[in-house]
Design a protein around this ligand. Structure first.
Ligand SMILES: NC(=O)c1ccc[n+]([C@@H]2O[C@H](COP(=O)([O-])OP(=O)(O)OC[C@H]3O[C@@H](n4cnc5c(N)ncnc54)[C@H](OP(=O)(O)O)[C@@H]3O)[C@@H](O)[C@H]2O)c1
Length: 327
């Protein structure tokens, strides 16, 4: 199976003439650009982008959609938009994330065929400045923690819901988590190809760098905050205007936390001589675009659903979307 996949990866990279690092960055940036493009016309945004609680109106029926400028166009779009899957399928993203973390740990340790197929397609330019093995290890542990925590939350904080998302959103989410599993190590492929496994790699012999000293606590704080937000949303019995202190200042603090989580990985994984890991930065850009657009529709949804009262309306308007004083 792994060697079949390795041949496939190799054939695709050969056909496109792309370096594996560039291909991965292009995937994240193209996905972000496509999401932005779909968000611009309201006829596409309301049909394909809006998901979860935002895609339900006050009477829990799908929101009415603006006409796309004629039944001949709107009918096929409407039909496509009915291909929806439950919002709870998010759990599958985290299963994919955890499985991918374990799979890559085995591939990297055993120098498996898929690891070799991808690493052999990393150009000299990206090999010269490599992540250290310690960086790969720390980033891998943090991403595995993130996937495992989200998997645990999405099963233990699950509540009955009929909310849905478009099937392409679900496929893109799966592709994102599988790609993130590769992004976490690909810029360290040179170090990974040349290491001999000894216990020295797990001994802490040096003080953590300033970068580690800042980014790891940042990652952990953002994870803790995101956990609290998810727990709070879980505690709400029906769709409510969240009144938790964090939500009173920010519409989607859990989305802001997610951006901080991925950004801290991008800085932690900076290869030697660089200030940031550009593959993980592209991955963070996708996260920020995706969540930034969803935070916008969430604010709109709160305004429509809970903005009847003048005080609530003013309070919702004053909320930041994801991160106070930034967005
Ligand atoms: N890495 C990425 O690209 C990416 C992309 C998307 C999401 N995420 C992360 O995944 C996590 C979940 O994202 P999401 O988009 O699913 O979050 P969400 O839409 O806010 O929903 C999370 C849960 O809270 C419920 N909920 C939301 N607003 C509510 C309200 N006002 N009242 C009562 N319940 C409410 C939802 O109910 P329903 O089940 O009824 O919908 C769902 O169960 C977030 O932390 C986010 O950062 C990451």
């Amino acid at each position: 199976m792994a060697s079949f996949l390795a041949q496939g990866v190799d054939a695709v990279l050969e056909a496109t003439g792309m370096d594996a690092v560039d291909a991965l960055r292009a995937f994240f940036l193209l996905a972000a650009a496509t999401t932005i493009s779909v968000s611009i016309p309201s006829s596409l945004r309301s049909r394909f982008l809006v998901y979860g609680p935002r895609a339900t109106s006050t009477d829990s029926k799908p929101q009415s959609r603006p006409s796309a400028g004629g039944a001949s166009i709107s009918r096929p779009l409407d039909y496509l938009a009915t291909w929806r899957v439950p919002h709870s399928y998010f759990t599958q993203f985290y299963i994919a994330s955890v499985v991918s973390s374990v799979f890559w740990a085995i591939q990297l340790l055993c120098r498996g065929t898929l690891f070799e197929a991808i690493s052999s397609r990393v150009s000299e330019e990206h090999r010269v400045q490599t992540m250290s093995l310690t960086q790969v290890l720390v980033c891998w542990i943090l991403l595995a923690m993130q996937g495992s925590r989200r998997l645990w939350e999405s099963t233990s904080f699950a509540k009955p819901s009929t909310s849905k998302m478009w099937f392409v959103h679900w496929l893109l989410g799966l592709a994102f988590y599988l790609a993130a599993g590769i992004a976490i190590w690909i810029e360290g492929s040179e170090a990974l190809m040349n290491f001999n496994l000894t216990l020295d790699y797990i001994k802490i012999t040096r003080a953590p760098s300033l970068r580690t000293f800042i980014c790891v606590p940042l990652f952990l704080m953002a994870s803790g905050m995101q956990h609290d937000c998810h727990h709070f949303l879980f505690s709400l019995e029906k769709y409510t205007l969240p009144d938790h202190p964090i939500f009173r200042a920010v519409v989607c603090p859990h989305y802001g936390a997610e951006c901080v989580i991925y950004l801290s990985l991008a800085f932690l994984g900076a290869p030697r001589g660089q200030s940031v890991n550009k593959t993980l930065l592209a991955c963070s850009a996708f996260v920020a675009v995706n969540l930034g657009l969803t935070a916008r529709t969430t604010k709109q949804w709160y305004l429509e659903k809970f903005g009847g009262d003048k005080d609530d309306l003013e309070q919702i308007k004053s909320r930041w979307l994801m991160i106070p004083y930034i967005y």
